[in-house]
Design a protein around this ligand. Structure first.
Ligand SMILES: [Zn+2]
Ligand SMILES: [Zn+2]
Ligand SMILES: [Zn+2]
Length: 109
């Protein structure tokens, strides 16, 4: 695929990319210019929260880890996702602790 230049930082980006991976400048090549604006500011919305579909600019979405994938979430959903990730980590930690205790008690005998 032929690469195009980001208008903001002249980094080479794919024309299919929704935004420049380097500086986050929205890349809309022709198709349907968005007239909707961001839920946080007046910038035109170029991104969408994958959870609640809130329209947002490139700045007001957070890239979060969800099931090994990186997804763009609005700030509210990002907060929820972080809490969910924390809960998973906590669970994994306790599972690990139990295994360690079991191994320790077995090796004593
Ligand atoms: Zn850029
Ligand atoms: Zn915004
Ligand atoms: Zn959301």
């Amino acid at each position: 695929m032929k690469l195009i230049q980001c208008p903001a930082c002249s980094n080479e980006i794919s024309p299919a990319a929704e935004f420049c991976p380097k500086c986050g400048h929205p890349n809309r090549t022709g198709n349907s210019p968005s007239t909707m604006s961001c839920y946080q500011c007046d910038s035109p919305a170029t991104q969408k929260c994958v959870h609640c579909e809130t329209l947002s600019c490139a700045v007001h979405l957070e890239s979060c880890r969800a099931n090994k994938d990186r997804v763009l979430l609005c700030l509210a959903c990002a907060e929820k996702q972080k809490k969910a990730n924390k809960a998973i980590h906590l669970f994994a930690f306790f599972a690990f602790l139990i295994v360690v205790i079991l191994l320790a008690t077995q090796s004593q005998r």
